[in-house]
Design a protein around this ligand. Structure first.
Ligand code: CTP
Ligand code: MG
Length: 229
């Protein structure tokens, strides 16, 4: 399938607190976004990469990926993640058959994961990376005490990439109003709401989102010396 990859990299990274856009913070020698751009560039299925960057940061983003990935377009992102996806979607060529949406904040993505997910997309309209919840889950009350233990059977943590048949994700975004783009936290949720069947795909190796300084240190170790594949 002719496949495009969207990398959303327009966030500010407030929780990381690096004083610069999170996607440009260096991890194991490369800007964080560059790990994802490189993985998509190396995946044979992907023929087009579009990146949403902080408005005004187009040149910095181009510098970050130069020499590592062939990027089709770098576009200014929006005020929410899903608005950034919408902006990037508009720059994806019309003739692609599959579109993967990925967080720049997940630098542990591998070309093999992309290949496996595109393969599963042949038999489904949507496939998302996700991991079964491993911890015992508790619900808290207003005071921060345990109110209940929640059955974790059937619960997964959603990740990215999230892969869609092109006509499916385009239809979902064409149908979405502004307030949904402000409140939704992933593309799959928007698709589910419209009755799209979404498959879960466990990457089987770490694919966490870099949110805090501790996450950054862990990603640094895994990408630098201890990569688990
Ligand atoms: N993102 C985006 N546009 C936004 C907000 C987020 O493209 N307006 C992207 C981020 O760049 C990131 C992904 O969505 O790759 C997941 O968001 P998150 O981890 O929350 O990143 P930030 O919003 O940058 O971090 P924070 O919430 O701590 O500010
Ligand atoms: Mg955020």
């Amino acid at each position: 399938m002719r496949t495009a990859a969207i990398i959303v990299a327009a966030g500010s990274g407030d929780r990381l607190g690096a004083g610069m856009p999170k996607a440009l913070v260096r991890v194991a020698g490369l800007p964080m976004v560059t790990w994802s751009a490189r993985a998509f560039d190396e995946a044979p299925e992907v023929e087009c990469i579009v990146i949403a960057c902080p408005p005004g940061g187009e040149d910095d983003m181009a510098d970050a990926v130069a020499g590592h990935a062939d990027v089709h377009a770098i576009v200014p992102g929006g005020s929410s993640r899903q608005r950034s996806v919408a902006a990037a979607l508009a720059a994806v060529p019309d003739d692609v058959e599959a579109i993967l949406v990925h967080d720049a904040a997940r630098p542990l993505i591998t070309p093999a994961l992309v290949t496996r997910m595109v393969a599963r997309l042949r038999g489904a309209p949507a496939v998302i990376a996700a991991a079964p919840v491993a911890d015992t889950l508790k619900r808290s009350d207003a005071r921060g005490n345990v109110e209940a233990t929640v059955d974790r059977a059937g619960l997964w943590g959603a990740q990215t990439p999230q892969a869609f048949r092109a006509e499916v994700i385009r239809g979902v975004f064409a149908d979405a109003a502004g307030d949904e783009l402000d409140s939704a936290t992933d593309c799959a949720g928007m698709a589910e709401r419209r009755g799209v069947e979404v498959l879960l795909h466990d990457p089987g190796s770490p694919n966490f989102k870099v949110t805090t300084p501790a996450d950054l240190r862990l990603a640094e170790v895994l990408l630098g010396t201890g990569r688990i594949t």
